[in-house]
Design a protein around this ligand. Structure first.
Ligand SMILES: *[C@@H]1O[C@H](CO)[C@@H](O)[C@H](O)[C@H]1NC(C)=O
Ligand SMILES: *[C@@H]1O[C@H](CO)[C@@H](O)[C@H](O)[C@H]1NC(C)=O
Ligand SMILES: *[C@@H]1O[C@H](CO)[C@@H](O)[C@H](O)[C@H]1NC(C)=O
Length: 334
């Protein structure tokens, strides 16, 4: 019995080492296969069936054809960064139902196919940063029901279709830094009730719809640095019904009028909201070098002074007139 087992094991070992693609290195009875930076122009055939980690980064793949990984169904980690990938064909990854981490960073993807997420129901970590994505379509991410981390930073995303994140119900981290978003829409994050970290810095956001952040009950960090925000509604942030949320909002062209001062003074009094960089918030207007926290409410004070002044002038004028009339009367009587 034992003999048979030993034979079987050594047979498998030999078989799997035989199966290792020629330029690659296969470790640990081939559970880990290193084909990184080997000049591959396509996914090599003869990758051992039992491979759990496959490193194909730094190659020259250009496109991933459909069924590229049907021979390696138990893959858990697939590294494909820096491989000049421009095109993902339909069903290129759909056989990878055990995949937990997929790294596609530093490629040249402009779109994700509508069935991109098909089959990837075990995926927890998806790295798509440093690509050229312009648009997230409503269906491309819909099957990622286990996804916890999504990194889309350093793309050109301008439009996220309604429902694009609908399937991501256990998402904890969403990194959208360095894109070209202009608005945070109501309805975009409705299913993100487990989201802890939302990074929206270095976009072009000038508007956050009042209800947009309301579903985020577990958010601990919201980064909005380096956007185009000039004003803010108190209600938008008050809608964040969390235990504690840190907000980062510097490098925005704030219009420091009395309204905004009121909004910030209210935010600073909400116990679970913490504006980490309040001391660094600068005013784009009315004084371009001003700092939010040191600005008096200039406009309001000026208005009040003006009105007071006008009233006083009127009163004095009236008094003077009255006085003159009195004098004239007295002169006439004389
Ligand atoms: C988010 O993306 C930025 C830019 O690529 C990166 O510097 C940062 O480390 C990312 N943050 C997380 C938590 O992944
Ligand atoms: C940013 O948004 C403004 C309008 O809010 C627009 O005029 C400008 O072109 C946008 N910039 C980029 C880089 O998208
Ligand atoms: C405020 O700005 C300074 C200088 O740019 C920087 O060193 C510091 O880390 C910033 N503080 C916060 C809380 O962002």
């Amino acid at each position: 019995m034992l003999g048979v087992l030993v034979l079987l094991v050594s047979f498998l070992l030999v078989r799997s080492s035989k199966l290792c693609p020629r330029q690659c290195l296969c470790y640990d009875a081939s559970e880990l296969v290193d084909c990184g930076s080997r000049g591959f122009t396509h996914v090599p055939r003869s990758i051992p069936h039992g491979t759990q980690l496959l490193d194909l980064s730094g190659n020259d793949l250009w496109e991933l054809r459909s069924g590229s990984f049907t021979g390696t169904r138990v893959l858990q980690v697939l590294l494909l960064s820096q491989s000049h990938i421009q095109l993902l064909r339909s069903k290129a990854l759909s056989s990878l139902t055990f995949l937990e981490k997929l790294d596609l960073a530093y490629n040249e993807l402009r779109v994700l196919p509508p069935d991109f997420s098909q089959g990837l129901t075990a995926l927890k970590d998806l790295q798509l940063s440093h690509n050229a994505l312009q648009r997230l379509e409503s269906r491309s991410l819909e099957d990622l029901e286990s996804l916890e981390r999504l990194d889309l930073s350093h793309n050109h995303v301008q439009v996220i279709e309604a429902g694009a994140f609908r399937g991501l119900s256990v998402l904890k981290l969403l990194n959208l830094s360095w894109n070209q978003l202009t608005v945070v829409q109501r309805g975009l994050l409705t299913m993100q009730q487990s989201l802890r970290v939302l990074l929206l810095d270095h976009n072009n956001i000038s508007k956050i719809e009042t209800q947009a952040l309301a579903p985020l009950h577990t958010l601990t960090l919201l980064n909005l640095e380096a956007n185009q925000l000039s004003s803010l509604k108190f209600k938008t942030l008050l809608n964040l019904q969390t235990a504690s949320t840190h907000l980062q909002m510097s490098e925005n062209p704030w219009t420091c009028d009395c309204e905004l001062h009121r909004v910030f003074s209210k935010i600073l009094h909400v116990r679970h909201l913490h504006v980490d960089d309040y001391m660094n918030l600068t005013c784009h207007a009315p004084l371009s070098l001003g700092v939010m926290h040191s600005q008096l409410c200039v406009a309001e004070t000026a208005t009040v002074l003006l009105i007071t002044g006008a009233v006083m002038v009127t009163v004095v004028a009236a008094l003077v007139m009255a006085e003159r009339k009195q004098n004239q009367k007295m002169n006439l009587e004389k």
